[in-house]
Design a protein around this ligand. Structure first.
Ligand code: LLP
Length: 422
C-alpha cells in the first residue's frame, strides 16, 4: 500500500496534488511519501517483534539524508556499502551503533573512517578483506564486531543482474568454507566474531529461497557454535520484492517474511538484523514527468516525456516494468491507446515502456512513473548533460525539496579546463 492516490481527479502524494509540485519544482522530479516510507519500515519492525532485532534500511535504495533521518528517527538502523553512504547516515544523525557496513570491496581508507567514528558491525565478504580489516583495526587499536557473509548457493529466482546468492556470484564466501574462515578470524587481532550474514538477491517474490538460505544459516550457526564461536547476531540481508505492476499477484508481505525467519532461525536465540531497501522505498516514490510531444510514427505512437534513462535507468538496465499513470485521473471507461513511452536521450534504450496502454495524452500533460522510489534517484546520472533530477519529500500536506535541481551553471562549472588549453 502507498499514499499516491487520486483525489478530486488529481493524483496526490499524501495530501499534496502532484500538479502543485510540478508547478513549483518543475519536472522531472522524484516525489516521496513519508507516510509510505514509515509504514513500510514499521511493517518489518512489527514482523520481527517476536525477538530482539534491528531493521537496517539499505541506504543504497534511496539515500537522501532526509529519507535516512525520517527512518532513523523512527528507530531504523542503516546498512551502508561505502564511506559515502556511511557519511550520509551519520549526517542524518544515525548513531554508529546502528550502522552496519556491508559491501564486497571495502578499501582500507573506508575501513579506517568507519572504525574511527564507530560501527555496529562490519560484514566481511572475503579472506583478503578480513586480513586487511584486522590490520587496519589493529593499527587503530580497536576491536570490531564482524560477521562473514556466506554465499549459500541458493537460486533467488530473480533477475540475473540482482541475484547474489549463487556460487558463481562475486558475493560472500562459499558456505562450505565458513568453518575454515571463522577459524582464521578467531586468530586475527582486531576482529571479534559476532554472527553470520547472508543476502541472496533483490526483488524476490517468493519466500522459498529465503527459507532455504536461512535454514543453511541456522545449520551453520550450530556448527560454528560447536566450534566455539560466539554467534549472537544473524544479518539476513534484504531482498523482499514489491508489486511493480498493479495487475500482478502481490509478493509476500513483511509479516509472512518475518514468520519464515522465525520458523527457520527463531530457535537460535540470536538478535536478527535485516537489510530491506526496495520494499521500504520502492512504492514510496514516483517519478513525475511531463509529456513534451506526442509523435505519430509508422505503426506506433510515441509519448516523448521530459524524464529519461539517466533519471530512471531501471527499464533500460533490467527491462523493468513501472506502472505509468496520468496525473489527471482519466474518465472512467476513457479510450486507451498504445504508446511507446520514451525519453529525449539519443539512444533507443531510452525507452520506459513499449506499446503501453494509456488514456489520451497531450503535450504538457503530467505523468507519474510509479514504484520509482528505490534505485531511482540514486542511480541517476547527468548523461546527455541533463542536470540531476531533484527530489521532493511529502509528509501530510507539507512538502519540501530535499535535493534541488542543479542549475546548468552548477553542472558545468564542476569541469575544469587545464591551464595549457586556456
Ligand atoms: N543488503 C545487501 C547486501 C544488498 O546488496 C542489497 C541490494 C540489499 C541489502 C537491499 O536489497 P533490497 O531489499 O533493496 O532488495 N539496482 C537494482 C537492485 C540492486 C540491489 C543491490 N543490493 C534494481 O534497480 O533493481
Amino acid at each position: 500500500m502507498d499514499h499516491f492516490l487520486y483525489r478530486d481527479g488529481i493524483l496526490h502524494a499524501e495530501d499534496v496534488p502532484l500538479s502543485e509540485i510540478a508547478r513549483t519544482v518543475g519536472t522531472p522530479a522524484y516525489v516521496y511519501s513519508a507516510a509510505t516510507l514509515l509504514r513500510h519500515f514499521r511493517l518489518f519492525d512489527e514482523a520481527l517483534a517476536w525477538g530482539p532485532h534491528l531493521v537496517c534500511y539499505a541506504v543504497k535504495a534511496a539515500s537522501n539524508v532526509a529519507i535516512l533521518k525520517l527512518l532513523g528517527d523512527a528507530g531504523a538502523g542503516m546498512d551502508v556499502v561505502s564511506e559515502g553512504e556511511y557519511r550520509r547516515a551519520r549526517a542524518a544523525g544515525i548513531p554508529p551503533d546502528r550502522i552496519v557496513f556491508s559491501g564486497v570491496g571495502k578499501t582500507a581508507a573506508e575501513m579506517r573512517h568507519v572504525l574511527r567514528e564507530g560501527v555496529r558491525q562490519i560484514n566481511l565478504e572475503s579472506e583478503p578483506e578480513m586480513r586487511l580489516l584486522s590490520r587496519v583495526a589493529s593499527e587503530l587499536g580497536v576491536e570490531v564486531p564482524v560477521t562473514v557473509r556466506v554465499n549459500p548457493d541458493v537460486d533467488a529466482r530473480t533477475h540475473e543482474k540482482i541475484a547474489t546468492g549463487k556460487s558463481d556470484n562475486k558475493f560472500g564466501i562459499p558456505i562450505s568454507r565458513a568453518r575454515a574462515v571463522y577459524a582464521e578470524i578467531a586468530t586475527l587481532p582486531g576482529l571479534r566474531v559476532i554472527g553470520i550474514d547472508v543476502h541472496i538477491g533483490s526483488q524476490l517474490t517468493d519466500l522459498e529461497p529465503f527459507r532455504l538460505a536461512y535454514r543453511k544459516v541456522a545449520d551453520l550457526t550450530e556448527v560454528l557454535r560447536a566450534d566455539g564461536h560466539a554467534i549472537e547476531r544473524l544479518d539476513l540481508g534484504g531482498g523482499l520484492g514489491i508489486p511493480y505492476a498493479r495487475s500482478n499477484l502481490a509478493p509476500p508481505v513483511p509479516l509472512e517474511y518475518g514468520r519464515v525467519i522465525r520458523e527457520e532461525v527463531g530457535h537460535l536465540g540470536c538478535e536478527i538484523e535485516i537489510e530491506p531497501g526496495r520494499l521500504i522505498a520502492g512504492n514510496a516514490g514516483i517519478l513525475l514527468t511531463e509529456t513534451i510531444f506526442v509523435k505519430h510514427g509508422e505503426g506506433r505512437d510515441f509519448l516523448i516525456v521530459d524524464a529519461a534513462m539517466n533519471d530512471l535507468i531501471r527499464p533500460a538496465m533490467y527491462g523493468a516494468h513501472h506502472d505509468i499513470v496520468p496525473v489527471i485521473e482519466p474518465a472512467p471507461g476513457a479510450d486507451q491507446q498504445a504508446f511507446d513511452i520514451v525519453g529525449p536521450i539519443c539512444e533507443t534504450g531510452d525507452t520506459f515502456a513499449k506499446a503501453r496502454h494509456m488514456p489520451p495524452v497531450a503535450p504538457g500533460d503530467l505523468i507519474a512513473f510509479r514504484s520509482a522510489g528505490a534505485y531511482g534517484a540514486v542511480m541517476a546520472s547527468e548523461y546527455n548533460s541533463r542536470p540531476l533530477v531533484p527530489e521532493v519529500l511529502v509528509q501530510g500536506d507539507q512538502y519540501a525539496v530535499i535535493r534541488p535541481r542543479p542549475t546548468f551553471d552548477e553542472m558545468i562549472s564542476r569541469d575544469m579546463v587545464p591551464h595549457w588549453l586556456e
